[in-house]
Design a protein around this ligand. Structure first.
Ligand code: FES
Length: 354
């Protein structure tokens, strides 16, 4: 029997961002708007998106620290606003970027990449190595953040989180569906697509650009939100948590996270993973991940973000205790599965359904 459902504001008052995120995840995760990969099928039987090699035909700085990449091919798979593409970077790193071009254009995909100077190197590779004339392998597109079906929309973007929302804005505007946008950033020079957003707004006051300090409180923006309005948020976890806290009761956002959210766990120690269906056992060194060890023997094992927020690497656990280090899975999901990219073993050994 599930326990009483606390209002999100009450959870927020506990000061635990984790509780708020889990509560949101449970409420959103129950809907098809944020599905996790199903675990019923073996990996070998899971439908996989085709890998494509595309040509970079445009590499253009469109804001401070942001480049726009146009990746051309022929008869490309279609996509809908909110979809993302996995880029296999020259080093083999895989990074997901939201598509921000025109879904009707089947000759090219467009993504915008913000340079994360202290990141793990993926964005720097995209900035420095994916020059016009180079080729890049892509997988997808996939959509875990579709445009909700609603009579009105409020979109909230934090920084580069504008990228999946821009095609949504264009689609809403073309359909005549009422929309408003709150676009937050550190400063206008670093906020891409402001010109196009201004053109879409056409002076009708539907866009609030909030840059730098002295931002108006979110509650003021959300006070007059009409019943049934869909709220779609994309940006850093802090912004999404703040939006969830500020929304009126009964209004939960659809959201996409752009930064890792990993729970601190125990000490990193070596452990073993038995891949029961494959009859193999792999060793996971203290300085590596279960995902890397599993992919060394099962290279088709799916993954994407490698940071514990997309859910792509989720696998069924048959035996052993897991040191869960994600903030994505619900308690029920944690009871029988784990995210290989961040979580580890408690007790030296795990057995997986692989
Ligand atoms: Fe994204 Fe593991 S690869 S959660």
């Amino acid at each position: 029997m599930p326990g009483p459902r606390l209002p999100l504001a009450a959870l927020a008052a506990t000061g635990s961002a984790l509780l708020v995120r889990r509560a949101l995840r449970r409420r959103i995760g129950a809907s098809p708007l944020w599905p996790l990969p199903a675990l019923e099928e073996p990996v070998s039987g899971r439908p996989r998106s085709r890998a494509l090699r595309l040509l970079v035909t445009r590499h253009e700085r469109i804001a401070d620290g942001v480049v726009l990449l146009r990746l051309e091919g022929a008869a490309l798979p279609g996509w809908e606003p909110g979809a993302h593409l996995d880029l296999v970077l020259p080093s083999g790193r895989v990074r997901s970027y939201s598509l921000c071009g025109d879904p009707a254009d089947r000759t090219a995909y467009t993504v915008a990449v913000r340079l994360v100077a202290d990141g793990r190197g993926g964005s720097r590779e995209a900035h420095e190595l994916l020059r016009a004339g180079s080729e890049v392998e892509v997988r997808g597109p996939r959509n875990r953040f579709p445009l909700a079906d609603a009579p009105e929309h409020l979109l909230v973007a934090g920084g580069i989180g504008i990228t999946p929302l821009l095609p949504m804005l264009r689609a809403l505007d073309a359909a005549g569906t009422p929309w408003r946008l709150l676009y937050r950033g550190r400063g206008r020079a670093s906020m891409p697509f402001l010109d196009e957003i201004g053109r879409l707004d056409a002076g009708r006051g539907r866009v609030t650009v909030s840059d730098g300090p002295g931002r108006p409180p979110l509650e003021a923006l959300f006070r007059d939100i009409a019943p049934g309005t869909a709220v779609q948020v994309c940006g850093p976890a802090g912004l999404m948590d703040a939006v969830a806290r500020a929304l009126p009761a009964g209004c939960a956002p659809h959201r996409e996270r752009f930064t890792a959210s990993v729970e601190p766990g125990g000490e990193d120690t070596e452990f073993e993973v038995e891949l029961r269906r494959s009859g193999r056992t792999v060793r996971v060194p203290a300085d590596s991940t279960a995902l890397a060890a599993v992919r060394a023997v099962l290279p088709d094992t799916p993954y994407s973000c490698e940071q514990g927020f997309c859910g792509t690497c989720r696998q069924r656990v048959l035996e052993g205790r897991v040191d869960h280090r994600d903030t994505l899975l619900t308690d029920a999901e944690r009871a029988g599965s784990m995210l290989l990219c961040v979580s580890r073993a408690r007790g030296g050994r795990l057995a997986l359904d692989l």
